[in-house]
Design a binder for this molecule. Structure first.
Ligand SMILES: [Zn+2]
Length: 256
């Protein structure tokens, strides 16, 4: 079983501190959030290969979360789409250096809530992500698009649209159970093909609150049998708490 956490919970620490924490707390997977000053791929790559050598000393599966703040593959502005593509490609280059097999990225959003604009944004996003995915394939890295919370502005807010993106772009899926829970139909996201891994957090079914497992209304029975999970919370104590809950619920799967 593979279980890990997002470095969101230990923001601003070094690669070595993250890896050390992961291994001493019994994690065998870790997702690096590429938004920090030292983990933003363009900066991280500018230090050369040396800082990445530490990853060889640990038996921990690494995934990367591409920068998504202010990025938008669906932007109506060609310059923003171009920059988004550049930053995903840089994340792919960083995956090669860290030995990460999978990168998660977002499908983007629209800023004008109209069907016509949404349709255009969807086409642009698919175009941007298809090109990014081709580059990932060339580098031997899996690019995985994440489902988003249930808001009209966001793409991949339903399992049906998530599936459409996966098919059109040739990408894999990262299924965020917290995001899926805001849509009320977690099961259909879990039934998607080509899921690379899962993000875990809980919420009240309306807002993406990133609560510890068990503190919201996510149906924890859905955790049974899940593998390759990343606990995505802001606070590391809550990560450890959620890890225990996950392990207990997952165990039930073997009993039954
Ligand atoms: Zn995400």
């Amino acid at each position: 079983m593979k279980i890990g956490f997002s470095t969101l919970s230990l923001f601003m620490k070094s690669f070595e501190e993250w890896l050390e924490t992961a291994s001493s707390d019994g994690f065998n997977m870790m997702e690096i959030l590429c938004e920090g000053p030292n983990t933003w791929p363009r900066i991280a790559l500018s230090f050369g290969k040396e800082p990445f050598q530490i990853f060889e000393s640990y038996d921990i599966d690494i995934t990367l979360h591409a920068p998504t703040i202010d990025q938008n593959p669906a932007s109506l502005n060609p310059g923003i789409r171009e920059e988004t593509l550049i930053q995903i490609k840089e994340t792919i280059d960083m995956a090669v250096e860290t030995g990460a097999k999978v990168i998660t990225t977002h499908p983007g959003l629209i800023h004008r809530l109209e069907d016509r604009v949404r349709g255009m944004g969807k086409e642009y996003s698919i175009e941007t992500l298809t090109e990014a995915n081709q580059y990932a394939n060339d580098q031997g890295v899996i690019l995985s698009v994440e489902n988003m919370p249930n808001r009209y502005a966001y793409f991949c807010n339903t399992a049906q649209e998530h599936s459409y993106f996966i098919k059109e772009c040739g990408m894999h899926a990262t299924v965020d159970l917290g995001h899926a829970n805001t849509n009320g139909d977690v099961g259909s996201f879990l039934a998607l093909k080509n899921i690379s891994y899962y993000h875990l957090s809980d919420n009240n079914g309306e807002k993406d609150q990133h609560l510890s497992l068990g503190e919201g209304n996510l149906n924890l029975n859905l955790l049974k049998g899940l593998d390759n999970v990343i606990i995505e919370l802001n606070n590391y104590e809550n990560v450890l708490k959620s890890k225990e809950i996950f392990i207990n619920y997952r165990k039930d799967a073997h009993v039954q």
